[in-house]
Design a protein around this ligand. Structure first.
Ligand SMILES: [Zn+2]
Ligand SMILES: [Zn+2]
Length: 391
């Protein structure tokens, strides 16, 4: 199963259902309509300071800021590409593996003293230093192996041109080797997460890792809330008690990057869109959750994909962080597999798409209006009494 496939496999209950809000969502949403530019109560998070600042002792004059719209043009980059099968063939040898490891090990041992044996990719080593670090018997044989790596994974550097450094590809491959990406399959669990199931009444969630994929599921209703990859090195040097915290932080960060339109794997453009979840997802949800939209994040360059609830795509939005902070709470205290019953999602319109995600803390409600491209078009903070119809 490919990395891509499984991240996507969250589809079948995957991240898709991570924060399903309860049914009583509707009354709270009833009075909400889609904001327009004329809607004065809608706050965009980039809106400058409002009247709330008026009782502050510091008076700031309205700054006159003129921002020119610069036309930035970048010259066409030079791109050289090689054949991946040639590249991987060059790696298929223990002497060459030892060379990559030696350079990346040297980098971490020597830290960052900026001497001339450092290159932009880390430490540089001479032919004889690399020969020493390798299992090769003769320098002639070693020279042959070194030539196979040069250009793709190594380049010559230094004033005399007699030192070797890792290229970008060499550094990526060497790090993946050290991290166990190609070789380690970690399985553990089930481990109780300590969090209740968001999809049934009494269930508790547990995490199970199978061959580097973590699934968070409920034994009671037998639903899987999410399935996401977890690098095998995550468990090294880490107290098992903090493993799930690391899993949560790792994916929260990736989701935030994806929601910003940047692929966390390859930095290409991540396309984001809203859609109705497929039947394979909705048929596994409680009836009350069937009327949901889903965020779809897709990188056309490397195939990285993720489907998740709209709420997860706005968790690290500045308005959300500020709202929680203002209420002496940290939005990171709740994990992505159950963000808490204070969150609601409502599909306001499908053409064009608009989903309102709201979160209630104390007597205040923050609403975020998410457009079809998953951008937050507007935010609005209101008193809970204004949102709830009087009974
Ligand atoms: Zn359950
Ligand atoms: Zn990508």
């Amino acid at each position: 199963m490919s990395d891509v496939g499984t991240e996507d496999a969250g589809d079948a209950g995957g991240a898709t259902t991570a924060d399903a809000p309860p049914t009583d969502a509707t009354p709270q949403e009833a009075s909400v309509s889609k904001p327009s530019e004329a809607d004065e109560s809608a706050h965009s998070y980039v809106e400058p300071a409002d009247s709330a600042n008026s009782d502050s002792e510091v008076e700031l004059a309205e700054p006159e800021v003129e921002i020119a719209d610069p036309e930035i043009t970048l010259p066409d980059p030079e791109v050289e590409s090689g054949d991946p099968s040639d590249a991987f063939e060059a790696l298929g040898n223990e002497v060459r593996m030892a060379v990559l490891r030696a350079l990346v090990d040297a980098e971490s041992e020597e830290s960052d003293d900026a001497t001339d044996d450092h290159d932009v990719s880390g430490r540089t080593m001479t032919f004889s230093e690399l020969f020493e670090a390798s299992p090769a018997d003769t320098t002639a044989g070693f020279a042959y192996h070194l030539r196979q790596l040069t250009d793709s994974f190594l380049h010559k550097t230094g004033e005399e041109g007699d030192r070797y450094a890792l290229t970008y590809a060499g550094l990526q491959v060497a790090r993946a080797i050290l991290a166990g990406t190609y070789t380690e399959r970690v399985s553990f669990g089930p481990v109780p997460t300590g969090d209740p199931c968001p999809l049934c009444e009494d269930g508790a969630l547990a995490a199970t890792c199978e061959a580097n994929y973590v699934a968070v599921a409920c034994a009671d209703c037998e639903r899987t809330v999410l399935t996401l990859p977890f690098p095998p090195s995550a468990r090294r040097d880490r107290d098992p008690a903090h493993l799930l915290d690391a899993f949560d932080r790792h994916h929260r960060h990736r989701l935030s990057t994806m929601s910003d339109g940047i692929c966390p794997e390859c930095a290409a453009t991540m396309d984001a869109s809203l859609a109705r979840p497929p039947e394979s997802v909705t048929e596994r949800l409680p009836d009350a959750e069937a009327d949901r939209a889903q965020v779809r994040l897709d990188c056309a360059q490397c195939g990285c994909r993720l489907h998740c609830p709209v709420t997860l795509a706005v968790l690290e939005h500045p308005a959300v962080i500020a709202f929680f902070h203002d209420h002496q709470r940290n939005v990171r205290d709740r994990p992505i597999w159950n963000v808490g019953s204070e969150w609601r999602e409502t599909v306001v319109s499908e053409d064009p798409w608009c989903v309102r995600v709201s979160v209630a803390l104390g007597e205040e409600v923050l609403g975020l209006f998410v457009a079809g491209d998953c951008s937050v078009a507007a935010t609005r903070r209101r008193d809970a009494s204004e949102v709830r119809p009087a009974s």
